[in-house]
Design a protein around this ligand. Structure first.
Ligand code: GLP
Length: 233
């Protein structure tokens, strides 16, 4: 895993932006995208740039179960606001939070990924080491699936909702197996709250107890980490 330590998330966004620009120049057409506060500086750089994604495809990592796409807390809405309305892609895929049939929805999403193999996947990391919504204990070979969120993730994500009771208890997420199939992966982590997860991801054993440690098995991962998140390395 290549490690880039930056001063702050602003610098981190610039580094990630450069990798996006390079990938696009080299013919990448499918971009795996993430939500949360972490990728925001990257999206700001993409929005401010001249890069053109109108021939490219985006595939997001995850979505809350039960939220309609127009719900302001949905990841669909987040992506629209922070990236797609300014930088449209030819096609953008997310799991459909309000799908009627969960089993069908995860199959549909895996078909989308199989038909559009991901060239560059952007990831954040949860405080407990989760990637996408693959919580500790997740199988490293998993495909897209419905996940029960852990109390720690529900508490961490409650800041985006009016109160904790409004945070959905389930999500659809690409699996770790799916994520590992991406040709290249960028993982961003900013802030002291991520320091323990970053240390476990990079220096800890490869174990489902830290889902992000699975990235040690991938040949082309760039971790972009600010000084606070690198403090325990
Ligand atoms: C959520 C998302 C993850 C994200 C994580 C960290 O759980 N499903 O993809 O990496 O939160 O969020 P943040 O970047 O806001 O710290």
């Amino acid at each position: 895993m290549k490690l880039i330590v930056v001063k702050d998330s602003e610098q981190g966004g610039k580094e990630a932006y450069q990798i996006f620009a390079e990938a696009l120049k080299n013919g990448a057409t499918v971009f795996g995208l993430a939500t949360g506060s972490t990728p925001l500086t990257t999206y700001q750089k993409l929005v401010a740039s001249k890069l053109d994604f109108s021939d490219a495809i985006s595939i997001n990592l995850d979505e809350y179960v039960g939220l309609k796409p127009d719900n302001p807390q949905s990841y669909q809405y987040f992506m629209q606001e922070h990236l797609f309305k300014s930088k449209p892609f030819k096609r953008s895929y997310l799991p459909q939070g309000d799908a009627k049939d969960a089993a069908q929805e995860v199959k549909r999403y895996d078909r989308v990924i199989a038909e559009n193999p991901i060239d560059l996947q952007l990831l954040g990391i949860g405080r407990n080491g989760h990637i996408g919504f693959n919580e500790p204990g997740s199988d490293f070979t998993s495909a897209t699936h419905k996940v029960a969120l852990t109390p720690s993730t529900i508490a961490a994500n409650a800041r985006f909702f009016k109160n904790k009771d409004e945070v959905p208890r389930y999500a659809y997420s690409m699996g770790i197996g799916t994520i590992l199939k991406s040709k290249k992966i960028i993982l961003e982590a900013f802030g002291a709250a991520k320091a323990a997860a970053v240390a476990a991801m990079i220096e800890g054993p490869v174990t489902p107890a830290c889902p992000a440690s699975a990235l040690q098995k991938h040949a082309d991962v760039v971790a972009i980490v600010d000084e606070a998140a690198a403090a325990k390395l």
